[in-house]
Write a protein that binds this ligand. Structure first.
Ligand code: HEM
Length: 269
């Protein structure tokens, strides 16, 4: 296992297609294992490329302004009801996305996604995660219609997986961005704009701190997204790797930023 600490080194690996993601077990039989193996995140090659294209199509159906307006009103209502910032950061983005993607009972989604999140990242088996993923997939099924042939034969089952994957990917990262930005408000000038606060947080305190790749020789690499950047300096600011880089970079930075900004504006009000 090798750790790449420098942002430049991490970026070079992320943008080099010879480096693969560690794959989920394609023969998994438990619900969470099957979900991971059917997602884009733990798959390489043509399966990743096809799922990724479909994810982008699903994301394009979302109206960013309407999503941000929903995030504002949910955050305002929650804050007025005494819900704390950490709970708002965890609940609101997932509920907004679930609603925008046509998933049934969007307010139930954040709690179920919370049950899934740790197993999604690690692959650890868990009865609780299995029960939650079954419920999420059932809630996503009505949103998938009959499929349009683009999802490669699996039709609406594959779309349900990808819709739920969007919620799971959004959950911890967007919450960490909101929490990191709110934490830093105590240490910066009150005049800093929310956009500046978010940009600083993404650069200096990125929500996703590391990811992994397998080198062509089979070695496992840990890539830090929050490390130093020796190549930065005069005329070359510290690079931001918060959303990754290359063909597997986050497909939804605009949506993440729109929701995070809307929530933070309400929490700062
Ligand atoms: C501040 C919030 C977010 C951060 C910092 C973040 C960060 C990341 C990073 C670093 C990756 C790449 C991981 C790698 O290359 O190993 C990634 C992938 C991904 N993210 Fe995000 N993300 C955020 C929010 C979201 C949201 C809101 C969505 C969905 C609406 C989303 C959907 C995805 C998906 C589907 C992937 C996998 C892409 C693929 O398999 O090609 N993310 N994200």
């Amino acid at each position: 296992m090798t750790d790449l600490i420098e942002r430049g080194d991490a970026e070079r690996v992320l943008t080099d297609s010879r480096f693969a993601v560690p794959e989920a077990d394609a023969a998994a039989t438990r619900p969470m294992g099957r979900f991971r193996a059917s997602s884009s995140r733990f798959t390489n090659g043509p399966a990743h490329d096809r799922r990724r294209r479909r994810l982008e199509t699903l994301l394009h159906t979302i109206d960013t302004s309407a999503l941000a307006a929903d995030a504002s009103s949910r955050a305002r209502w929650s804050a007025a009801s005494g819900v704390d910032a950490a709970e708002i950061a965890r609940h609101v983005p997932v509920a907004c996305l679930a609603g925008a993607l046509g998933i049934a009972a969007p307010d139930d989604a954040p709690r179920l996604v919370a049950d899934v999140a740790a197993s999604y990242a690690s692959g650890a088996e868990s009865d609780r995660a299995d029960a939650a993923i079954d419920r999420l997939l059932a809630a996503a099924a009505p949103a998938t219609g009959d499929g349009d042939g683009e999802s490669g034969g699996a039709g609406s089952d594959e779309d349900a997986v990808l819709l739920v994957q969007l919620l799971v990917q959004a959950y911890a990262a967007t919450a960490a961005l909101v929490e990191g930005a709110i934490r830093s408000t105590g240490a910066v000038a009150a005049s800093i704009t929310t956009a500046e606060l978010l940009a600083d947080t993404l650069r200096d305190d990125p929500p996703v701190r590391l990811t992994r790749r397998v080198a062509p020789d089979g070695e496992m690499l840990t890539l830090r997204l929050d490390g130093p950047d020796r190549e930065s300096g005069a005329g070359r600011p510290l690079r931001t790797l918060a959303f990754g880089a290359g063909a597997r970079a986050c497909p939804a930075p605009d949506l993440a930023l729109a929701m995070a900004a809307a929530i933070i504006e309400e929490l700062r009000a």
